[in-house]
Design a protein around this ligand. Sequence first.
Ligand code: FNR
Length: 237
Amino acid sequence: MRSDGGVPRRTDPYPRHLTALVLSGSRRSKSLNTRLARLAARHLTVIGVEVTLATLAEFDAPNYDQDAEDASGVPESPARLRDLLASSDAFLIVSPEYNASMPGGLKNLVDWVSRYRPQPFHQQHGLLMSASPSMAGGNRGLWALRVPLEHLGARVYPDMFSLARAHEAFDDVGRLRDEGLTSFFESTIEGFVDLVEARTHYPSLKTAWIEFLGEPHSHATARIDAPSQPTPAAPRN
Ligand code: FNR
């Protein structure tokens, strides 16, 4: 551990192999959020995490429609996202803010993925980031995005990194121009990954995802996702 302008920084390698999915919530070719997602992926790789980097454009899905689901099931791209979540120790979403909320396409994708059982976001560690030309960096959109993810049982990291004035923030090779911001950005990722790594040592006793905790059971509201036997964590290397 070393200190970087008062910010504690990780220096030791993680004792276990970790993987992360980094998803940009923008479809735009020149997206600021995809640039930030690339930078996050780069830092994750530097600290020893294996990364899968993707953008929303790779997960096109029709508008959620329960009749379509009943007739044909969940489309292919949400299924791919479900698989990526299952095979990763953590996920990062780097998303634009649209009208003080998250982009509709991202919410649509979350809704489709939520139809799987076991619930794909349940118990998954997530870190949220955003970039915007505005002074708030798109942070309000992340608060909106946090709500459905936490509802679905994800463990969303308390800190969120929102890059303000993002159109001026990057240099020619995709790094942040500001050294202090770079330190905040990298230490946020390191703090998050520390928690993800710690979790691999301690399987959680909370195995069930219950959508309406505190409500008496009824057929109409029962959305309970409980394995019949708690399964021990598989040994990891
Ligand atoms: C925006 N933008 C925006 N920015 C912001 O900070 N707060 C907001 O509420 C909104 N709302 C909004 C709505 C819509 C429909 C669009 C298209 C844009 C601006 C947005 O942050 C900017 O276009 C970013 O560059 C979009 O992210 P990417 O595509 O560059 O990653």
